[in-house]
Design a protein around this ligand. Structure first.
Ligand code: AMP
Length: 535
């Protein structure tokens, strides 16, 4: 027997309609590339998004086309998030930090028809266009050079009526984002309206980010990186205000906005928060962050020291989230379970430094060669996930080996899962070190090294070894004014790890190379120190 309820389509259009009707006054504050701050509202966002949809239609951009964006976290990008899908087309967010060759490759693969670019990124686009052109180039946030279309002109062409395409197919594609390529070539993840709406609802829940109308949210995480973790959908859905920092992501600029706009919730990768922490430590008490109730950290493991330092020295609460491009992206959240409320402080901190429990409707399991791994908090296996916010395939069918025959997605993260379902990432599959048949967690070694007062950053890689197959090698960036010896660092590690885990070699380097989304790029270190021979 079927239920007798209506089938309301879960679409981005429905989110925008609600924002316009129910919370039209909620603020959208956006910093332009000239640093000027623009103050708008959801009441203004909605008609502008519809004008964009109509403008794209008048330009001849077909429904179903891919429309790329090369933009910062700015109001026009938010308009594209809603306006392009309102045309029936797919927003393809491009990461300006990729090389022109990578961008051209991705745009080709996606068959991008048009691109909306911020004027400050025209030079980046110029380098791409010599390899791959777009039928229409639309320029926002500044002057449009000859041969391009001014964004505001496009919006001026049409009276904003209903969206050009009926918004009733929740399974239609809305957004496209490519993986950051830490594992091989970037692959396209094509989010449906439904997956984005369900993800936004998951984020807003009390035990997730608890986002509501009273919030003012500043996503530092770029809108070109997995939908800025879904915040541009969760905020209009709930009526929370948005503060978009543009291209100014340095600690001082962020502090200015966080204090001036009385931001309550912000989200970014550990590197951003480490820089902010340094700034706060330099001048404690000079910034009024009393409105800030939560700083979300994700994208890479949050060092325990970071969580502790913000809390102890500045009274700021850091919450960790884990996710992937293939998951919209949030998969788990490191909120402390009620049962641990009275646990000793160090246990609570250790728990929060893990990746946390899965959000509702994300199922998890871990497997290794021998099959399913028990949820004992000790046995390592590769994490697999499934659910309505998880990709079922990559665009073009590549990477099919990441999808299991029984319908799960292989994350490539090596984890333990404890009896409460709390995930702890111990490594990436390709970064795992297998010494004499036993696994060594490079992440655990890195965290321990980074807790040393002389160490700014550390990455641990596998190098081939004739006897043990692989052995760990630590690449260490030293803090200015410090000069630790390899013996001293090993000595420190020996307090926490068995002797066979200790890196045989320690290399001091100027910096750890990073991907365009700020993750350690260990392949470069492997090429340099291990002859590229490690897995
Ligand atoms: P991306 O698809 O670029 O967002 O990268 C996803 C990968 O980033 C995951 O598979 C993890 O390896 C890593 N990652 C994301 N969040 C975290 C986190 N909180 N802790 C550790 N690793 C993370």
């Amino acid at each position: 027997m079927q239920g007798l309820m209506m089938h309301g389509a879960l679409t981005l259009g429905a989110i925008l309609d609600r924002a316009e009707r129910i919370t039209p006054g909620s603020a959208v504050v956006s910093r332009g590339s000239d640093r000027a701050v623009h103050r708008g509202t959801y009441g203004e966002l909605a008609p502008r998004a519809r004008r964009l949809a109509a403008g794209l239609r008048d330009l001849g951009v077909p429904a179903d086309a891919r429309v790329a964006t090369l933009m910062w976290n700015q109001r026009e990008h938010l308009e594209a998030y809603y306006g392009v899908p309102a045309r029936g087309a797919v927003v393809h967010t491009l990461n300006p930090r990729l090389s022109p060759a990578e961008l051209a490759h991705i745009a080709d693969h996606a068959e991008d028809e048009a691109i909306i670019v911020d004027a400050s990124l025209l030079e980046v686009l110029g380098a791409v266009r010599s390899r791959r052109d777009f039928r229409h180039v639309i320029v926002a946030g500044g002057d449009a050079p000859h041969g391009t279309i001014a964004y505001e002109d496009l919006l001026a062409t049409e009276d904003p009526g209903a969206p050009p395409v009926a918004q009733d197919d929740e399974l239609a594609a809305a957004v496209l984002c490519y993986t950051s390529g830490t594992t091989g070539n970037p692959k396209g993840v094509l989010y449906s309206h439904r997956s984005l709406v369900l993800h936004a609802m998951g984020l807003a829940m009390a035990d997730s980010f608890a986002i509501g109308e009273a919030d003012t949210v500043l996503p530092v995480v770029p809108m070109f990186h997995v939908n800025a973790w879904g915040l541009p959908f969760a905020c209009p859905m709930t009526g929370a205000g948005l503060v978009l920092p543009g291209r100014f992501l340095d600690a001082q600029s962020l502090l200015e906005l966080l204090t001036a706009e009385r931001v309550t919730f912000t989200a970014g990768v550990p590197t951003v928060w480490l820089a902010l922490l340094e700034r706060l430590d330099e001048a404690p008490g000079t910034h009024d962050l009393s409105a800030l109730r939560c700083m979300l950290v994700g994208g890479s493991a949050a060092p325990m020291g970071l969580i502790e330092a913000f809390e102890r020295r500045h009274g700021l609460y850091v919450l960790q989230g884990w996710g992937m491009t293939e998951m919209c992206p949030v998969g788990s959240i490191g909120r402390l379970p009620v049962a641990m409320a009275d646990a000793p402080a160090e246990d609570r901190l250790a728990y929060r430094a893990r990746q946390g429990q899965p959000v509702p409707f994300v199922e998890i399991r871990a497997r290794h060669e021998g099959g399913a791994v028990p949820w004992d908090g000790a046995t390592m296996g590769e994490l697999e996930v499934r659910g309505p916010t998880v990709a079922s395939a990559y665009l073009g069918g590549e990477g099919a080996d990441r999808f299991t025959d029984d319908g799960w997605f292989r994350t490539g993260d090596i984890v333990t899962i404890d009896p409460t379902g709390c995930i702890e990432i111990t490594d990436r599959e390709k970064d795992l070190i297998k010494s004499g048949g036993e696994w060594i967690s490079s992440v655990a070694l890195e965290n321990a090294l980074m807790a040393h007062p002389s160490v700014a950053e550390a990455a641990v890689i596998a190098v081939p070894d004739p006897r043990w197959q692989e052995r760990p090698l630590a690449c260490v960036v030293v803090r200015p004014g410090h000069a630790p010896t390899p013996e001293e660092l090993r000595e420190r590690l020996s307090a926490d790890f068995p002797s066979w885990w200790l890196p045989d070699r320690v290399e001091f380097v100027d910096e750890i190379p990073r991907t365009a989304t700020g993750k350690f790029k260990k392949s470069v270190l492997r090429d340099r120190f291990a002859g590229g021979g490690a897995p």
